[in-house]
Ligand binder design. Structure first.
Ligand SMILES: Nc1ncnc2c1ncn2[C@@H]1O[C@H](COP(=O)(O)OP(=O)(O)OP(=O)(O)O)[C@@H](O)[C@H]1O
Length: 348
């Protein structure tokens, strides 16, 4: 009775319908991942991951390395991008690509192009996730219909909420990766002056992404009076997991603490009793470090709300292509989601 009422409240003309084949794409600052869905009941077939730096434009990447692998030109493209969607030319925040849906329709042969935020796509994935695709790190069982939160360090730091209302899941995108962060402990107060302020402040993304790992590592060295070595994020996390370099070990420990603190703050904002999910490329690679006490301690240490946070479960998303899986579920059954396509859908 209740679900019939809910369905009747969603005007049918507001529920999009997509023609197959549908190409789904997750376009990050470093990696571009695609999958093709041939029909409403077909499995998504994932295509080889491309590096954005290897192609001058997204159109060249699709024309040269996606379309030749397909039996037919996709009718629909649903793309998730790391960047604000405002108009017909969508710039990626951390890469030189520009997504031009009108040009894609004219030159690549698509009839329908939808562009959403990449963490909105992660939120779609979290709506119907199962235990196989997540690893729990602390907390009680989630409340099935309570709000959820997904955040993920990658090339940048993405954040989205996921709210259940009127029996559908509504992703809430935002720029939560750019909130201010500040020092709490004496050690933080020694390290923070050595972090570069941008526009007079330190934002979460300056600590919680690939570049952020390097920033923490460098600031620790400077705080300790050492010249920092130039190292890649993956070299620092590999050295930390081997226990080979004290600066690297502390970097990953602080990264886990800072990620836990931010996740806890945002869980309070969303009252995320449905669970907090850590996506992005880095979390899966440092799972062992996130399972140590620092992450949950940072998450729960929120007086006067420690008891509330202690109950909220945190997970690492272990699906290797979570955003694509969310986009695929959405392409097949958009009516299960409250995803607005206003200003984000272009049709031939
Ligand atoms: N083992 C590792 N440890 C730490 N950082 C890593 C590791 N491997 C890759 N990275 C960093 O992860 C980042 C890439 O993350 P990801 O794979 O999520 O890419 P992306 O989807 O293109 O990013 P985004 O969606 O944030 O733009 C790069 O900054 C890279 O240096």
């Amino acid at each position: 009775m209740q679900s019939k009422l809910a369905a009747s409240l969603v005007p049918i003309e507001e529920q999009p319908h997509y023609a197959f084949p549908v190409l789904v794409g997750d376009i990050g600052g470093t990696n571009a991942r695609f999958a093709i869905i041939d029909g409403p009941n077909a499995d998504a077939r994932t295509l080889p991951i491309l590096h954005t730096a290897d192609f001058p434009t997204i159109d060249a990447a699709i024309r040269e390395n996606v379309l030749p692998l397909l039996d037919a030109v996709p009718k629909t493209a649903i793309l998730a991008v790391a960047g604000p969607i405002d108009g017909d030319e969508i710039d990626l925040t951390n890469a030189p690509w520009v997504v031009r849906p009108k040009v894609m329709i004219a030159e690549l042969g698509f009839s329908d192009v939808v562009v959403i935020n990449d963490f909105e796509a992660q939120a779609l994935a979290v709506a119907f996730i199962d235990d196989e695709n997540r690893e729990k790190i602390g907390g009680r069982d989630p409340e099935a219909h309570a709000s959820r939160l997904v955040l993920g360090p990658g090339t940048g730091l993405g954040v989205a909420g996921l709210v259940n209302a009127r029996h559908i899941w509504i992703p809430v995108p935002g720029e939560g990766g750019h909130v201010d962060v500040g020092p709490r402990t004496a050690r933080d107060r020694a390290i923070f002056p050595h972090l570069e302020a941008i526009g007079g402040r330190i934002s979460a993304e300056q600590l919680l992404c690939g570049r952020g790992i390097v920033n923490i590592y460098t600031a620790i060295a400077r705080a300790d009076g050492r010249d920092p070595q130039a190292r890649q994020p993956k070299e620092i996390t590999a050295a930390a997991l081997e226990g080979a370099d004290a600066g690297a070990v502390e970097t990953v420990s602080l990264f886990a603490t800072y990620l836990g603190r931010l996740a806890g703050d945002l869980a309070l904002v969303f009252m995320a009793r449905g669970g907090v999910y850590i996506g992005g490329g880095i979390a899966q690679k440092i799972m062992a470090a996130l399972k140590k006490p620092e992450f949950r301690a940072g998450f729960e240490d929120k007086a006067p709300h420690q008891a509330l946070l202690a109950e909220i479960p945190t997970y690492v998303l272990t699906h290797p292509l979570a955003a694509l899986s969310g986009l695929s579920t959405y392409a097949r059954s958009p009516m299960r989601f409250g995803l607005s396509t206003d200003g984000r859908r272009w049709q031939a």
